[in-house]
Design a protein around this ligand. Structure first.
Ligand code: ZN
Length: 243
């Protein structure tokens, strides 16, 4: 089945949720597609991990990897404190497109009133997370790279090392215009910059809900299996480091 087939993705998540003793809950409806999320019973106000994928529809390794990771961890999923958004842009996934049907890049609009953003904010409420992980892909990437936005000691090197079995790190010294070291872009961010640029999901999470926001980026030109395995390794490493 194509990784762009949203009904199949939802079907797999429903089966997984049943197996794990969890429920796929309705989040919102966007562009005619129902969106879902999972909240585990172990999730409290200040301990959890925020996981999301598929905000850009042309980055299918993210949605696949989140499902594969959850399936591999089905037996203990209930015991982990998690808020999971399996696919935030089903219209984009279906059409292999970055934006939603109106041409809006959701990942630049977390400061605005977009129905999906508003729904996520409602579910998140006032929670603080131990960390967040957003899964993305990049056509220009030459390996895995990772954005780490943190106020404290970082652990991004460990996450990249965990994924190295499956994908090399992106060797470029500058990625997307920013200094990178062995695939790690450690960013210091200010609200002023993003007021102009538009607020991405990770930056909203960092400003309001977590001290550790990770964005994992896999290279679209590499084989899907390797990209999926690399994202899965990154999530596993974050669980080890932060939960
Ligand atoms: Zn992306």
């Amino acid at each position: 089945m194509s990784p762009h087939h949203y009904p199949h993705l939802v079907h797999c998540w429903k089966a997984l949720a049943r197996r794990a003793g969890l429920r796929l809950l309705p989040l919102a409806e966007a562009d005619g597609f129902p969106l879902f999320y999972i909240e585990t019973p172990a999730l409290a106000e200040r301990n959890g991990l925020y996981l999301s994928a598929g905000i850009h529809g042309d980055e299918p390794a993210g949605t696949e990897a989140l499902l594969v990771w959850a399936e591999k961890n089905a037996a203990r999923l209930r015991t982990l404190p998690l808020l999971i958004f399996p696919c935030l842009n089903p219209w984009g996934l279906t059409h292999n497109t970055r934006t939603d049907s109106a041409g809006i890049d959701l990942n630049r609009n977390f400061h605005r009133r977009h129905p999906v953003v508003t729904a996520i904010r409602r579910i998140v409420g006032k929670r603080r997370f131990a960390a967040s992980v957003n899964l993305h892909e990049d056509y220009d990437a030459e390996g895995l790279y990772l954005y780490e936005v943190t106020r404290l000691n970082g652990c991004g090197e460990k996450l990249i090392a965990a994924a190295r079995r499956f994908l090399p790190h992106d060797p470029r010294p500058r990625i997307e215009g920013r200094a990178a070291r062995n695939g790690l872009i450690r960013r210091h961010v200010t609200p002023k910059f993003f007021a102009k640029f538009g607020v991405p999901e990770a930056i909203w999470l960092y400003f309001e809900h977590t001290a550790h926001a990770f964005t994992s980026e896999t290279p679209s030109e590499f084989a899907l299996e390797r990209r999926v395995a690399a994202h899965v390794a990154v999530i596993n490493a974050v669980v080890r480091e932060k939960l």
